[in-house]
Design a protein around this ligand. Structure first.
Ligand code: FES
Length: 93
C-alpha cells in the first residue's frame, strides 16, 4: 500500500515555491467585491478620491459589503492597510 504524505509534504514537494504553488495560491486570492463587480483597487482609488474612510461610506457609495457581505472583512483590512489583494484566510473573522 502506498504511503500517503502529509499536507506539508504536498506543499513542499514537486513544484516547490518556484513552480505552480504561487499560481495555485493566487487562484484563491481575494481582490474584489463579487456582488458589485468592483475590484478593491478601484474601490480604494474611489475612496481616496471621495474621502471615504469607513465601511458605511463604502456601502453607501458603492454598495460593496451590502450584498452577501463576504468582502466586508477584506474591505476593512483594505482601509487599514491600503492593500487590495488578500489571501482567502485573511477574511476569516
Ligand atoms: S462580495 Fe461584496 S457584498 Fe458580496
Amino acid at each position: 500500500m502506498r504511503k500517503r504524505g502529509t499536507s506539508d509534504e504536498c506543499r513542499t514537494r514537486g513544484t516547490g515555491d518556484a513552480g505552480a504553488r504561487p499560481a495555485v495560491e493566487a487562484m484563491f486570492d481575494v481582490d474584489s467585491c463579487v456582488c458589485f463587480e468592483l475590484s478593491f483597487e478601484e474601490i480604494l482609488r474611489r475612496c481616496r478620491r471621495d474621502a471615504i474612510d469607513d465601511l458605511d461610506g463604502i456601502r453607501r457609495a458603492f454598495g460593496c459589503g451590502s450584498g452577501c457581505g463576504l468582502c466586508t472583512p477584506y474591505l476593512a483590512n483594505m482601509l487599514r492597510s491600503g492593500r487590495t489583494r488578500f489571501r482567502l484566510d485573511e477574511g476569516i473573522v
